[in-house]
Design a protein around this ligand. Structure first.
Ligand SMILES: Nc1ncnc2c1ncn2[C@@H]1O[C@H](COP(=O)(O)OP(=O)(O)OP(=O)(O)O)[C@@H](O)[C@H]1O
Ligand SMILES: [Mg+2]
Length: 501
């Protein structure tokens, strides 16, 4: 279907692609992998008509093409499911599926009944858990993606591109997306799937292409290649992807939370963190984990409850209070909440600790440059010109900057909300190592994650949340089954009962 050969694309001085090559056949699921900033999104935006290439060959079904906009790509049967939904939130599912292509009556009125019926047919045929009349703004991220998929099907697309679709989805939603991808393949469509989560995708992918520094360095069947080999292609060096943390005797209690309640999302939450500890926080999407982080950090007010830091009761009414008390929050939605996307990377890195780069009210550019160089090296942040806005970085690199900025500050209690979402495998190991280092320097860390394997790997103990409450606590070396039991059922006892049935 698609042949890309030697595709080039630069943004000002930044070379995003120097030799992007890729071939996709009908009826295959093709994984596209590579480190953050390798050029994956850029290459796919070229295929989907959102960007024009500077050079190279692009063949669509054997013919040379060049799309000037997404509509042209759509007319050829190419659609892209974006991570950031591009839907109209206040419209219904059906209206979004038909946006701009509504069926009309002879006088030009939109034929609502036909539109609803047609949308319902698509939904039913693919067994999407949606209703044609539902308003899109009420849907979960997965639901929104399904609407985008419906739209692509309605357009009669034969190639569907997914850009990291599961990075913001729950386990169940992820499985649902996988089921749909398989169904698309059975209909002989082509699917390109960008991901950082190889092990999950192995089951549904047929072939894989790896980009490194804007260049295709490998392409071949998935069955013949190990995860280690793919990682080596991605980073161009050996990488020890197995992280283990040497246990550390926990120190004094740094944070104690008692009876924290915020109706209806948090209900009587009690736990504590000790110096040197990394405590995992598991739970299903919507269990209240992000809400807990926000309440602790003073973003959302609490109805009642007590927060003690080093034994002293503190009132945290705003993020400023939280920072003063030594808290740091690395939010889940880093692009929007963790970064000043219009400002250059060095500003973003040093904004949580201006003392480190100021003297007598003046900004020391040398210190700023040194810090920027150090962090971009350690986390392998692919930056381009240092003065360009942080919003221009690739998705994963923006995440790394948002994390790095807190590592520099003076915080002692770190709330990491889904810290590895969207970042590549090398950076993941670096983030774990940084967390370990912080713990060794006496920090206490709460790490919210939906990836159970990761919690088991990193955390000293794991708290599980369900419906706004802490439903259980487990040792670090536990099993995903044990976590799921607390995440999905109220108590261990009822979980056992459920399992017995
Ligand atoms: N509009 C833009 N302006 C300037 N530079 C850009 C722009 N879009 C992308 N880049 C740069 O091009 C390079 C490739 O970015 P791209 O978004 O394709 O990476 P990616 O492989 O999708 O990474 P990730 O895994 O982080 O999503 C990066 O260095 C990025 O900073
Ligand atoms: Mg990307």
């Amino acid at each position: 279907m698609v042949q890309l050969k030697g595709i080039q694309k630069r943004f000002g001085g930044v070379v995003a692609l120097r030799d992007g090559s890729l071939e996709v056949r009908r009826g295959e699921v093709h994984l596209l992998m590579g480190e953050n900033g390798a050029g994956k999104s850029t290459l796919m935006k070229i295929v989907a008509g959102m960007l024009e290439p500077d050079g190279g060959e692009f063949l669509w079904q054997g013919r040379s093409v060049r799309f000037r906009n997404p509509a042209e790509a759509a007319a050829h049967g190419i659609a892209m499911v974006h991570q950031e939904s591009l839907l109209a939130p206040h419209l219904s599912v059906a209206e979004n599926i038909f946006l701009g292509h509504e069926p009309r009556r002879p006088l030009g009125w939109v034929n609502r009944r036909e539109m609803l019926e047609h949308a319902a047919r698509i939904i039913e045929e693919h067994r999407f858990p949606l209703q044609a009349e539902w308003r899109v703004e009420r849907l979960s991220p997965a639901g929104k993606q399904m609407v985008e998929i419906c739209r692509a099907i309605r357009q009669g697309s034969s190639l569907l591109i997914f850009d990291e679709p599961t990075s913001s989805l729950s386990e169940a939603e992820t499985q649902e997306v996988f089921r749909i991808v398989r169904a698309l393949r059975e209909r002989n469509m082509g699917v390109i799937y960008i991901t950082h989560r190889l092990e999950e995708l192995r089951a549904i992918g047929d072939r894989v292409t790896v980009l490194r520094d804007g260049q295709t360095v490998h392409s071949g069947p998935l069955g013949e290649i190990s995860a280690d080999q793919i990682i080596r292609h991605m980073v161009g060096r050996e990488l020890n992807a197995i992280y283990t943390r040497a246990a550390l005797p926990p120190g004094e209690e740094v944070l104690a939370v008692r009876g924290l309640t915020r109706k209806p999302v948090l209900d009587d939450v009690t736990f504590s963190l000790r110096a040197g500890e990394i405590v995992g926080m598991a739970g299903l999407i919507g269990a209240g984990r992000t809400e807990l982080c926000r309440a602790l950090f003073g973003i959302d007010a609490i109805d009642r409850g007590e927060i003690r830091i080093r034994g002293r009761a503190v009132g945290i009414g705003s993020p400023q209070d939280a920072v003063r008390e030594g808290l740091a929050l690395i939010p889940e939605d880093r692009q929007r909440a963790g970064l000043a996307t219009g400002l250059p990377v060095p500003y973003n890195l040093t904004m949580a600790d201006l003392k480190a780069v100021c003297r007598g009210g003046f900004l020391k550019h040398a210190a700023e440059s040194r810090i920027t160089a150090e962090f971009s090296e350690r986390l392998r942040i692919r930056m381009g010109p240092a003065r360009q806005p942080a919003g221009r970085l690739s998705g994963g690199n923006q995440q790394k900057v948002a994390i790095a900025k807190w590592l520099l500050g003076q915080a002692r209690v770190f709330l990491f909300d889904e810290p590895t979402r969207g970042i590549d495998v090398g950076a993941k190991m670096e983030v774990f190592q940084m967390m370990d280092e912080l713990a060794r320097r006496g920090a206490a860390i709460l790490m919210v994650s939906s990836e159970m394997a990761e919690l088991i790997q990193v955390a000293d103990r794991i708290l599980v949340m369900r419906q706004g409450r802490i439903s259980g606590e487990l040792p670090g070396r536990t099993t995903p089954e044990a976590i799921m039991r607390y995440a999905a059922f109220e108590t261990g006892a009822s979980a056992a009962g459920e399992a017995a049935r």
